[in-house]
Design a protein around this ligand. Structure first.
Ligand code: MF3
Ligand code: CO
Ligand code: CO
Length: 269
């Protein structure tokens, strides 16, 4: 399989799926507070997707080769959990930070986005990690234009994370997306300028850096899905689905509640 270049009709469908995915995060934001369980957040998102939006939660029963079916409708990754956390009876407490990752299917097309949420009042360290990771994602997005390479994206993300004293998770990456949840290309969040696939208008992929406050190594829990930092350091992730346009980029996973691009972005040296 190679990289799918989307037609105008496919781009329109991806725009709708992207907006709907982002609106699930808008919907769930006020429910993130001390005392609620990740399982309750999942239930609320599931009901909103299925009953209000008439979208399909892509994670539910998703089973790539070598994985058991994912049992829930969103991923909730708390504190040292890096990604793919399974919602359950974990009760959120003041100071926790969590990523909620939403992927909807609308009219056969996927929209994939995630944000960090604070439960009550975060520590200064947690706040800084989440902010730097958001900047990393946006620095990557700002590289997107015809003729740029995937390595250009990975490079700016890695450099900003490491210059901030953090590390980039290598085992998981962004991905092409469309009729399939995970398509080519793989979008690494580290790399070297000028290396890798050249971007072409009509490509759609995610940029979703996972940044650890400590070492980059991760391990998988016995549930077969949840990824945690080996050193139990805090981890953050943000994700957008991005279209390569004739002149640059268009973020497809936007909505009224999506945090703005940081201004100014740290210098892309
Ligand atoms: N949404 C994740 C991503 O950004 C993938 C989650 S797979 C699941 O690619 F099965 F855990 F939902
Ligand atoms: Co993704
Ligand atoms: Co995602």
């Amino acid at each position: 399989m190679s990289i799918v270049i989307k037609s105008d009709a496919e781009i329109a469908a991806m725009r709708l799926a992207g907006r709907l995915a982002s609106e699930v995060l808008d919907f769930i934001a006020p429910h993130v507070k001390p005392g609620v369980t990740t399982g309750h957040l999942d239930t609320l998102c599931h009901q909103y997707m299925v009953s209000v939006q008439k979208t399909i939660p892509a994670p539910l029963n998703y089973a790539p080769p070598g994985y058991r079916p994912f049992p829930k409708s969103v991923c909730t990754s708390v504190n040292h959990q890096v990604c793919h956390g399974i919602p359950g009876d974990k009760v959120l407490k003041n100071g926790d930070v969590l990523n909620i990752d939403v992927t909807v299917i609308k009219d056969g097309f996927h929209g994939d986005t995630s944000r960090m949420f604070f439960v009550g009042e975060p520590s200064i360290a947690a706040r800084r990690l989440c902010q730097v990771t958001h900047e990393c994602m946006w620095l990557g997005i700002e590289q997107v234009r015809p003729g740029a390479t995937l390595g250009d994206i990975g490079h700016v993300i890695q450099r900003h994370a490491e210059a901030s004293g953090y590390s980039i998770v290598r085992e998981f990456c962004g991905h092409g997306i469309g009729r399939r949840f995970h398509e080519e290309p793989q979008v690494l969040h580290y790399g070297r300028p000028g290396v890798g696939e050249k971007l072409v208008p009509g490509m759609i992929f995610t940029i979703e850096p996972m940044v650890n406050a400590g070492r980059r190594e991760v391990r998988e829990l016995a549930d077969g899905w949840t990824i945690v930092t080996k050193d139990h350091s805090l981890s953050a992730q943000w994700e957008h689905t991005v279209l390569v346009t004739e002149t640059g980029y268009d973020v497809l996973t936007t909505s009224a509640g999506a945090p703005a691009r940081p201004a100014p972005l740290p210098a892309a040296a």
